[in-house]
Design a protein around this ligand. Structure first.
Ligand SMILES: Nc1ncnc2c1ncn2[C@@H]1O[C@H](COP(=O)(O)OP(=O)(O)OP(=O)(O)O)[C@@H](O)[C@H]1O
Ligand SMILES: CC(C)(CO)[C@@H](O)C(=O)[O-]
Ligand code: BAL
Length: 279
């Protein structure tokens, strides 16, 4: 695997590969890699000749300074994991390589950065789009792979790509879970053993939605699952919603063509999110 810290160097290297007919697949991450990230790399392999992963803990998307400071950075382990799945290129820049102190970013994102994650983490999606645009410009891939676990992020990036007419095909990849159902996440390592058990309530709630969906109305499902989550031990519920998965607006009936249930909660001091596509 080739490792680059410089934007210009990785850009030039990939441009040459692109010019000689290779397709480029890109997997942006913040590191602390787990099987969820590695599944993205494997899917990228199926679609592209050259796989590029980036690791960058992007300061502008953290609304909570402590969260940024505590974010895990096991770089040696990450490199080993990427070698194992035969990633071709790792781009791992420092903060000064990606940002200068004077730049500004403000992109209109419709309602997407005002609801759910956007509401709870003010500025988060401005930071995400700011860095993803820079990474896209640097890597210039044919495909970019994102996890369904961050479904709203996928919607936001899709919105930006359309708006700025970026010619990259975005691929949404399934959520990889632990054997008991908890969605894998880099922050899971910070869950204490009792919190790790309590965190399972999110997956249980989403499984309950799938079950209830067979016989109940949307209003009934929302009521029952909300009360399940509110009484789950050790969970501080932030939101539980059923949305149209395309328009990303709340639904009141099952008639929408596509539906997704989304949940976020604090478990101890750790925020976790999860979702399930219903149809
Ligand atoms: N369990 C998972 N299954 C599939 N993809 C995932 C999973 N977790 C994260 N991803 C995807 O990996 C990419 C990089 O995510 P990131 O580095 O933020 O990891 P994370 O585990 O989501 O960390 P965090 O704890 O910050 O939420 C994103 O596209 C994200 O959606
Ligand atoms: C897309 C991303 C790498 C941008 O920093 C990050 O938000 C993530 O890991 O999901
Ligand atoms: N996976 C989304 C990145 C974040 O939580 O900041």
């Amino acid at each position: 695997m080739k490792i680059f810290n410089s934007r210009q160097a990785v850009h030039n290297y990939l441009n040459e590969l692109r010019a000689s007919g290779n397709s480029i697949g890109f997997v942006p991450t913040m590191g602390a890699l787990h099987a969820g990230h590695l599944s993205l790399i494997k899917l990228a392999r199926q679609k592209s000749d050259v796989i590029v992963c980036s690791i960058f803990v992007n300061p502008t998307q953290f609304n909570d300074k402590k969260d940024l400071e505590n974010y895990p950075r096991p770089v040696e382990d990450d490199i080993r994991k990427l070698e194992e799945v035969k990633c071709d290129v790792l781009f791992i820049p420092g903060v000064a390589e990606m940002y200068n102190s004077t730049e500004k970013w403000n992109i209109e994102l419709g309602n997407l950065d005002k609801i759910l994650e956007g509401k709870i983490r003010p500025g988060h999606y401005q930071g995400v789009t700011q860095i993803v645009k820079k990474l896209f410009d640097t890597i210039n891939p044919h495909y970019a792979f994102f996890g369904q676990k961050d479904y709203q992020q996928f919607m936001v990036i899709s919105y930006m790509v359309k708006k700025l007419r970026v010619k990259i095909k975005l691929v949404l990849c399934p959520i990889i879970r632990e054997s008991d159902g908890l969605a894998m996440s880099s922050r899971n390592i910070y869950l204490s053993p009792p919190d790790r058990k309590n965190a399972l309530a999110l997956y249980k709630a989403l499984s309950k939605v799938v079950e209830l969906y067979k016989t109940k109305t949307i209003a009934q499902i929302i009521k029952e699952v909300n009360s399940f989550l509110k009484s789950a031990p050790g969970i501080e519920l932030e939101y539980f919603e059923i949305f149209n998965a395309k328009s990303f607006e709340a639904v009141t009936s099952k008639r929408s063509a596509s539906l997704i249930a989304l949940v976020a909660a604090k478990v101890g001091s750790i925020r976790i999110i999860d979702n399930m596509i219903l149809k």
